[in-house]
Write a protein that binds this ligand. Structure first.
Ligand SMILES: Cc1cc2nc3c(=O)[nH]c(=O)nc-3n(C[C@H](O)[C@H](O)[C@H](O)COP(=O)(O)OP(=O)(O)OC[C@H]3O[C@@H](n4cnc5c(N)ncnc54)[C@H](O)[C@@H]3O)c2cc1C
Length: 282
């Protein structure tokens, strides 16, 4: 599966060799050879608009800790003996996959990771904080007064259009002037901020356990998720996979784990459940 922002070669494709599915945001090309190309017409975020994401904390021996939790459930031995008994990665991964696949998720709740995130819009953080098993510490618009022009995120669709981008920037400048006028008139920042937009940039530290991390990835890497949170969660996953490559198969859109798409409108990456049933004849 390849995500592309711009495919000019699409015109050259021979339609008889592929199935084309289109919706508002995506075109999915499914070739007879089995190759799937997903074109995201909304584009991904430009550098100056992109979130900044860093993994700042994770436990050592993550794999061994999860393995110990899994093994403890099926062993008469003390957990500490299990922990010290092996360094065999393959053996540990085999058990972990079996336990996670069977839905025994408490075993991955022992692992907590933290990310430092900045340069994301309030529209994005508002979605992130809907995840109830995460902990957040976010830059306060009550305690931190905006000085001069506040930072903001320009959506790629507007960034690409010079005329609309000028209008967007002009509008942000206007808001900023109004905000400053309120602050200078003695209005507290907690009230002046009422005029700040969803585009206003924010920073936060976000922490979550591995169960929630997998759930977050499964939901927010889905092409149905909004592009900014999708970009940010992809960066969180990449940061973690850099340190813990064994997590890669879990930090994927939910359809990759399910084998089918359960969304109302599918991007075509995986068949819908009904299509799968009719294909396999089950
Ligand atoms: C593509 C997309 C579109 C969305 N559109 C909208 C929208 O239009 N409007 C809107 O309001 N939201 C929208 N959301 C947000 C969505 O409804 C959820 O609030 C958000 O994704 C958090 O998911 P969650 O509840 O599964 O996860 P979490 O809050 O992270 O919880 C993880 C899991 O814990 C369990 N859990 C947590 N709390 C409870 C509880 N109180 N009771 C029972 N079980 C619980 C559930 O199994 C849950 O899946 C959207 C999300 C996505 C991914």
């Amino acid at each position: 599966m390849k995500d592309l922002t711009n495919v000019t070669a699409i015109k050259k494709l021979n339609n008889s060799n592929l199935i084309v599915r289109k919706n508002l945001h995506y075109t999915t090309l499914i070739f007879k050879s089995g190759i799937i190309v997903l074109i995201d017409w909304r584009g991904f975020m430009e550098n100056n608009n992109k979130p900044v994401v860093n993994l700042i904390s994770k436990p050592e021996n993550m794999l061994k800790t999860v393995y110990t939790a899994c093994r403890t459930c099926y062993s008469a031995d003390y957990p500490i003996n299990i922990y010290n008994s092996t360094d065999d990665k393959e053996k540990m991964l085999k058990l972990i996959e079996r336990v996670i696949s069977s839905g025994h998720y408490s075993t991955i709740e022992h692992i907590q990771v933290s990310f430092a995130i900045s340069n994301v819009s309030r529209a994005c953080t508002h979605q992130l904080v809907r995840h109830r098993h995460m902990s957040f510490s976010q830059k306060s618009q009550r305690y931190v007064k905006e000085k001069g022009q506040f930072d903001y995120i320009i959506p790629p669709t507007i960034e690409k259009n010079p005329e609309l981008k000028d209008k967007f920037v002009e509008f942000m400048n206007k808001i900023s002037k109004q905000y400053q006028e309120f602050v200078e008139a003695g209005i507290p920042a907690e009230d002046a901020r009422f005029v700040l937009p969803n585009a206003a940039s924010s920073s936060l530290v976000a922490s979550l356990n591995l169960r929630e991390m997998i759930h977050l990835a499964n939901l927010r890497l889905c092409t149905r998720a909004q592009y900014e949170i999708r970009t940010m969660v992809k960066m969180m996953c990449d940061e973690l996979v850099k340190e813990e490559p064994w997590l890669k198969p879990y930090l994927v859109p939910k359809c990759e784990r399910l084998g089918f798409c359960d969304e109302d409108k599918s991007c075509g990456r995986k068949p819908k459940f009904d299509e799968l049933v009719s294909k396999t004849g089950v």
